[in-house]
Design a protein around this ligand. Structure first.
Ligand SMILES: Cc1cc2nc3c(=O)[nH]c(=O)nc-3n(C[C@H](O)[C@H](O)[C@H](O)COP(=O)(O)OP(=O)(O)OC[C@H]3O[C@@H](n4cnc5c(N)ncnc54)[C@H](O)[C@@H]3O)c2cc1C
Length: 445
């Protein structure tokens, strides 16, 4: 075991998770090199001027709070206190995310978030960022990384390698090829397209305090607000269907039928639809997450998941917090810390992958139904009645740091108590039902 100042850690990928990890490890005193294949996004025009956002919730905020970055990141964020469900007739229904209506998830620009994290990493003593450097493989020598700077190839041999290079991780592929990691990819039938609802006369075209959803069974569109008062819409649809719309007429006809209230707000719909490549979605199952206490995967490289709970980046940030905790607990002995990190995080990676799939069904099929709305009302009533004791699945995932695997177990226990109580009660008035559920839950939920 060596002192951090004498150890070199290479982080592959300077995306959201890699740049946050660099901040954490730099603060511990390590000499950290981040190798990022893209040019420095702070010096180039990324995303062709379009705003692309993501929802940051408690797990991500917790990771930022611990290194005093939360205020900087949150300055331009837009809180969303609930879902605004748009039905096919254009009617809307607002569903609060929490019982008291006081909790919000936050819409954040991806580029702005990445740039803030890169700035913070660069300002951390010991951290060096290398842009335009692609990692081509791992493991030609002991703990060696093969790097390509344009045509120039080089090999480095850091003490520790952490792969934060996302879904297509080159490091993970090398470990898989060497039989040191196994990877199962579950492709998703649905792909996605990113579209835009621009500002109207400098103002938001819809309520910015909500995540807007158009649930349509096999397809679903969502929209999150941006600081420039536009909304980024993401249309999820089976890939063949996305591809089948190929002319302006087809696109307009389909949207007028399925998303009629959105069409007047989307003046660039046809151009956006034809220009935006179809995004692919998949879930990754990786095992193990580390090898020999010297190399590990983190973030999407370890657990790419479907985006339907808005948790991919949040979960990746939580990986960073856990790795930091494992280093604390093992006195920076990586040979102990990496196995501990895997033992604690891998079950949670699997759990959030499952929760994300379940939430897709909820979002696309259930949110519009009266039964769903009634269930949410009962859940919120229970949350008010039993503060801290009854927490809905959404509440636990988005507004706490309860480990994801524990969320599933606790949710199961709560649901069976509620069902058992409802079965015993039969068709009594809702007020009485809630009272009985409350008493039953107090006894054993
Ligand atoms: C449609 C959609 C919506 C989403 N919405 C949300 C949301 O609301 N909330 C949320 O928390 N998450 C969301 N996510 C998930 C989130 O985007 C990812 O979980 C997050 O970006 C993962 O971060 P990462 O740093 O692990 O990987 P990435 O963001 O993929 O970053 C990997 C980095 O590594 C670099 N890289 C790759 N290969 C190499 C190489 N060979 N050499 C060097 N560098 C390399 C890449 O250029 C990139 O910078 C969404 C995802 C999708 C697809």
């Amino acid at each position: 075991m060596s002192a951090p100042e004498t150890m070199r850690v290479a982080i592959v990928g300077g995306g959201l998770v890699g740049s946050l990890l660099a901040c954490y490890l730099g603060r511990r005193g390590y000499r950290v090199d981040v190798y990022e294949r893209r040019p420095d996004p702070r010096r180039t025009l990324s995303e062709h001027g379009r705003s692309i956002n993501l929802a940051l919730s408690e797990r991500g905020l917790d990771a930022l709070r611990r290194i005093d970055l939360v205020d900087t990141v949150m300055a331009p964020a837009l809180p969303m206190h609930g879902r605004m469900v748009h039905d096919i007739a254009g009617r809307t229904n607002f569903q609060s995310y929490s019982a008291k209506g006081d909790r919000a998830i936050n819409s954040i620009g991806r580029s702005a978030l990445n740039e803030t994290l890169l700035d913070a990493a660069e300002a951390t003593p010991g951290v060096t960022l290398h842009f335009d450097v692609r990692t081509t493989g791992y493991g030609l020598g002991p703990n060696s990384l093969a790097l390509a700077r344009g045509d120039v190839l080089e090999v480095v041999e850091p003490d520790i390698v952490i792969a934060a290079d996302g879904f297509g991780s080159a490091v993970r592929k090398s470990l898989e090829a060497a039989g040191r990691m196994s990877v199962r990819t579950e492709p998703e039938d649905h792909g996605y397209k990113e579209l835009t609802i621009p500002a109207v006369n400098g103002e938001f075209a819809m309520d910015p305090d909500a995540l807007h959803i158009w649930p349509r069974g096999s397809s679903m569109m969502i929209a999150l607000p941006n600081p420039d008062r536009s909304f980024t819409c993401t249309l999820f649809w089976p890939r063949e269907e996305l591809e089948a719309l190929s002319t302006p007429d087809q696109i307009l006809r389909h949207f007028n039928e399925v998303y009629p209230d959105a069409v007047p707000l989307m003046p660039t719909l046809v151009d956006d639809y034809l220009a935006d490549p179809n995004g692919l979605l998949a879930t990754l199952h990786v095992d193990p997450w580390q090898a020999d206490g010297k190399v590990a995967v983190i973030g999407d490289a370890a657990h790419a998941i479907l985006p339907f709970f808005g948790q991919g980046a949040n979960a990746g940030f939580e990986d960073v917090v856990e790795l930091d905790r494992c280093l604390d607990e093992t006195g920076d002995d990586w040979s102990l810390a990496l196995p501990l990190y895997q033992q604690r995080r891998q079950p949670n990676g699997e759990a959030i992958a499952w929760l994300a799939k379940e939430n897709f069904i909820e979002m696309r099929d259930k949110v519009a139904s009266p039964t769903f709305r009634a269930t949410k009302s009962v859940e919120h009533a229970l949350e008010r009645l039993l503060p801290g004791r009854y927490l809905s699945r959404y509440e636990m995932v988005s507004f706490t740091t309860i480990p994801y695997a524990e969320v599933i177990e606790r949710d199961k226990r709560q649901r069976s108590t509620v069902l058992a109580t409802l079965a015993g009660v039969g068709a009594v008035a809702v007020g009485t039902t809630i009272g009985l559920i409350g008493r039953a839950a107090r006894r054993g939920a």
